[in-house]
Design a protein around this ligand. Structure first.
Ligand code: 3PY
Ligand code: MG
Length: 258
């Protein structure tokens, strides 16, 4: 089977980067895959595309060297199975708030007898190779997103779920759930303390930890905390920032916008 280089590198203790695709463009997906990230996540939750589009974007990511991962939009076996059959080598599932939800996530990503993934590997076979189905269980990375007060409460139990590879921090929803503003990871001691705890406890439990870092300073801070995987912004944020910077450089005033 094609090696999941992301898993290999994480298991070696290396830090990895993950691009984040929210635009509905196979070309941008392919560009990101060649841009230097170790992995690129196709974001079905907040990306501007649906399930069919996500599979095409996985094909485009797979055309370059980055490992293709997908963030599903819901904890649903059928959706997760389709993304895996589409060639995702990792699943990041939002809003995992309990042990039961984490167990359901792991089961959705693994073939029996370990889990309940339905057989029909489709494009997984093309991307992974003829022995994909036999090796998928140990190849696919499963990440549970920790992004709520409930998840913080249940964290020890979630980390104990067999077969979970890692947790992925969603700082914006986490801040909202803690009663703060969406961007509080950049400023609020309360949200930052929660993130620090997630990293410490997860590493102590032997799980990988990843996180979304909207700002450069947040990425630096998460790396100092010891995250294994960092997502330094998404494609659209980076594009917009680059455009604004270029317009400033050529002295064209830019209106303020969100
Ligand atoms: C969050 O910050 O809530 C996320 O889900 C990041 O993608
Ligand atoms: Mg979120």
């Amino acid at each position: 089977v094609r090696d999941n280089e992301l898993r290999t590198r994480l298991e070696r203790g290396e830090r990895v980067t993950c691009g984040w695709l929210s635009s509905d463009s196979r070309y941008i997906a392919e560009v990101l895959s060649h841009a230097g990230y170790d992995a690129v996540t196709v974001d079905l939750q907040h990306g501007m595309f649906g399930l069919d589009g996500a599979v095409q974007l996985l094909q485009a990511v797979g055309a370059g060297p980055a490992m293709p991962m997908a963030r599903c939009h819901t904890l649903d076996r059928a959706v997760i199975g389709k993304l895996l059959d589409g060639g995702a080598y990792g699943i990041i599932c939002p809003e995992i708030d309990s042990i039961e939800e984490c167990e359901a996530l792991v089961a959705a990503c693994r073939y029996p007898p370990v889990g309940v993934r339905s057989f029909g590997p489709a494009r997984g076979l093309l991307y992974g190779g003829p022995d994909y189905a036999a090796r998928a269980n140990e190849t696919i990375l499963v990440w549970a997103m920790i992004e709520s007060a409930a998840a913080l409460e249940a964290l020890d139990g979630i980390l104990g779920v067999d077969g979970l590879d890692g947790v992925y921090i969603g700082p914006n929803d986490l801040a909202l759930s803690l009663g703060e503003a969406g961007g509080a990871a950049e400023s609020s001691p309360h949200t930052r303390a929660a993130i620090e705890r997630i990293v410490t406890v997860s590493k102590a439990a032997g799980r990988f930890v990843g996180g979304f870092a909207p700002a450069v300073a947040t990425a630096h801070w998460m790396i100092e905390l010891g995250v294994d995987l960092v997502t330094p912004g998404n494609d659209v944020q980076l594009l917009k920032q680059a455009v604004r910077q270029r317009l400033q450089e050529v002295d064209v005033p830019t209106p303020s916008s969100p």
